[in-house]
Design a binder for this molecule. Structure first.
Ligand code: URA
Length: 303
């Protein structure tokens, strides 16, 4: 019997997925129309680089300036997009996007469990959830923010509110990286009530968690998002401004400080034109370009 290698590869990939997620596996098995299999095939084809292709650059394509507002799609483009079937398979994308790294997962699991039950500062009394962080454990770029806000506390995920949407736009449009390919975590894992600034004692109590995350993920580039993260990672006293527009270092890892997206939003809100962009936006865009240039210079991580 002739063996179709393409199909074999697809079946192996599907088997791995089935084992990872039994409930989705059930969906595959009860897929009489074969729609899921077709979606899987086209997705696998998109994800699998040609064997002889060189290692992919961490920068995927020409970035778009995230400061530019997207042109409104034409009515025919909207109609065409609406008529496209939305396969259930899209539910799998984030998982495939952030490949599983069992050894890194294991290295972090004890810390993550400890964080879930952590009572090392008073924030445990008011938190709804411990916002550990998310993304590719083998990411080239790791973003370290300040602390969860209300949306993050409720969702248990970092940067999902208004600031988060802006940060995601910066990553996806500005850097041409999917959010699942970077790692995002906060200096503080629990929400300070009323979104107040975290206290020095809270930052200290939480430091071992972010310290361990950075050590395990070992990114090529660290991005300190805002002053709180910058001060912590650079060990600066509270009254010193975070240094910007230059490369710094955290334990040998190149570090760049960028404005916190909530600051970018506050600056934009001061302008009469909601679509206008501020000096802080332009500075951020320059930082992003520098980060991408550094990534190119460093090249992809070795597997
Ligand atoms: N601001 C942060 O610094 N982190 C989040 O997760 C959300 C908002």
């Amino acid at each position: 019997m002739a063996i179709d290698l393409g199909k074999m590869e697809l079946l192996i990939a599907l088997r791995a997925r089935l084992e990872m997620d039994k409930s989705l596996g059930a969906a595959f098995l009860s897929d009489p129309s074969g729609a899921l299999l077709k979606a899987a095939a086209s997705f696998t084809a998109r994800q699998t680089p040609a064997k002889s292709a060189p290692a992919p650059s961490p920068i995927r394509s020409q970035p778009t300036n995230f400061l530019q507002t997207d042109p409104a799609p034409s009515p025919s483009a909207i109609q065409e997009a609406a008529s496209q079937p939305r396969p259930i398979f899209t539910r799998l994308v984030p998982k495939i996007d952030a490949p599983e790294r069992p050894e890194k997962e294991a290295a972090l699991s004890a810390m993550r469990q400890a964080a879930k039950e952590c009572r090392n500062c008073g924030l445990c009394d008011t938190r709804h959830s411990v916002v550990w962080g998310e993304g590719d454990l083998d990411a080239d770029v790791m973003f370290v923010g300040e602390a969860p806000g209300r949306d993050e506390d409720l969702a248990g995920r970092p940067f999902v509110g208004r600031s988060g949407k802006l940060l995601t736009g910066i990553i996806e449009k500005g850097m041409s990286l999917s959010r699942g390919r970077v790692y995002i975590a906060n200096t503080i894992k629990c929400r300070p009530p009323g979104n107040r600034d975290p206290l020095a004692g809270e930052i200290r109590a939480c430091f071992p968690y972010i310290e361990k995350q950075i050590e395990v993920i070992s990114p090529r580039i660290l991005v300190a998002v805002g002053t709180v993260a910058a001060r912590l990672l650079l060990e600066l006293p509270a009254n010193v401004a975070a240094p910007r527009r230059r490369w710094l270092e955290y334990r040998g890892i190149p570090l760049r400080v960028v404005y916190h997206p909530s600051y970018l939003l506050r600056e934009r809100a001061k302008l009469a034109d909601p679509d206008a962009r501020t000096d802080a936006d332009r500075e951020t865009w320059n930082d992003i370009k520098e980060i991408m240039a550094k990534l190119e210079e460093l090249g992809p991580k070795e597997e």
